[in-house]
Ligand binder design. Sequence first.
Ligand code: GLC
Length: 561
Amino acid sequence: MDRPKKKVVLRAVNSMSSLSTSVKENGGKGMRAVNSLTSISELDDSDLLALLVDRPRVKLERKNSYEEKSFSELSLYDGLETPTFSISDSFDPHPMVSKAWEALFRSQVYFRGQPVGTIAAYDHASEEVLNYDQFFVRDFVPSALAFLMNGEPDIVKNFLLKTLQIQGHEKKIDRFKLGDGAMPASFKVLHNPIKKTDSIIADFGESAIGRVAPVDSGFWWIILLRAYTKSTGDHSLAERPECQKGMRLILSLCLSEGFDTFPTLLCADGCSMIDRRMGVYGYSIEIQALFFMALQSARSMLKEDAEGKEFMDKIQKRLHAMSFHMRSYFWLDFQQLNDIYRYKTEEYSHTAVNKFNVIPDSIPDWVFDFMPLQGGYFVGNVSPARMDFRWFSLGNCIAILSSLATPEQSMAIMDLIEARWDELVGEMPLKICYPALESHEWRIVTGCDPKNTRWSYHNGGSWPVLLWLLTAASIKTGRPQIARRAIDLAEARLLKDGWPEYYDGKSGRFIGKQARKFQTWSIAGYLVAKMMMEDPTHVGMISMEEEKHMKPVLNRSFSWC
Ligand code: GLC
């Protein structure tokens, strides 16, 4: 079939030509140390600039008016009249950037002549295709952000509308029908060269390993709709009746009343990026953080009409309850760890301190060494008598971006990443989780999964795609030097190694045992990280501020103060 010629104009690389630039000297000031516990709102303009500029200061004035809209979202810049940017790679793009764009364009998938997404991996050398020739909703997110940042929103709009149509398909696993709001994990375009037709087959979990429905897909869809709206200033897409309905259908799956005693969302193992059994069943941080972000995003887009009003009320209440629950019970820092270590068990009644009956003996040894005096994080899972103390990168970065974490908690998470750099970043950003499950625990928890052996794949592997999330979180917390360090590590290897899906080993030194090459989200994640560093206002597409009435709560440990 005839496909439109790909735009091989590498606009990001040349984006400088659309910017009028003037360079100001930094007055020899250089980067001054800023106490990492200082909250964003306490910093004055010169502090913010100092944080963002580690080389001579560069001032750029942008021309795209739509970018100005997202600019106001970033509290980091509140009070600054002219967006002022730094990062001198803008003037000297890394050679990897153009290679990455070429690879990203090549991965585009077309449906009836329109680009609708990007294939998971374009790895011709690999004999086993599995489902990497499909187009995954979660994998498309960094691609979509890259296209939006590059001023190419059409593919994102096509994606949003196409997935909405697919949502309308009947979804059945054996004889059981899934909820109407379920979004696909992935889909594939089938081209019939004889009839010259295109058709789509989607997977809602009925072909996935373990037959789990992707809970994250619907959340990512809502988050992306907001990113599209922020980036383009085009509200008409989100306002369309089909988009409003799509949001409501997704939300009704997670806001319905049931037997829950917690505001968090109960989920099966393998229902998100970690799509195999890894002991993330229950209330995993990844799902909770994405749920929170999707609720925030929906609140900004849902119409308060007859149907929307009821959802708005539910969203508001849920956000309120969730922020309390997560900030109180999922949060772990030195003080909190010490409190849990001294917990009494079998406490009954409303006065119980150890509400979930976590038995101190279940605290794993590694966490006592891992926890720095300054810093903290949201643990992997909290449910009755079970705290999963593992660190998960995606959930913690999304917690920062969605303001599920308070500004102080956000700072503490970044403190922890710095303090435990070797463990969490090592030689390739970023560990999907830490530490790996080994031996007996691996056998029991993963069911002897041969792909998830220790320090590989989902079990402590390092995933380059997570670079964009780390970068966004670093910029939001005013600590871009963390992102800079991580990007340098990625640039030393990613292209040379052929953009692997993941790396193995304690420090992420080895290309993953079964990693695909030319994995699209590794490529797009890198581009998004670079573009955000070049123009930090892009972070506004994916970042949201804390609602005043949700302000905390507890003040029980010193990494908060
Ligand atoms: C693997 C990952 C999953 C990803 C898919 C396609 O299954 O675990 O998160 O979406 O590959 O890249």
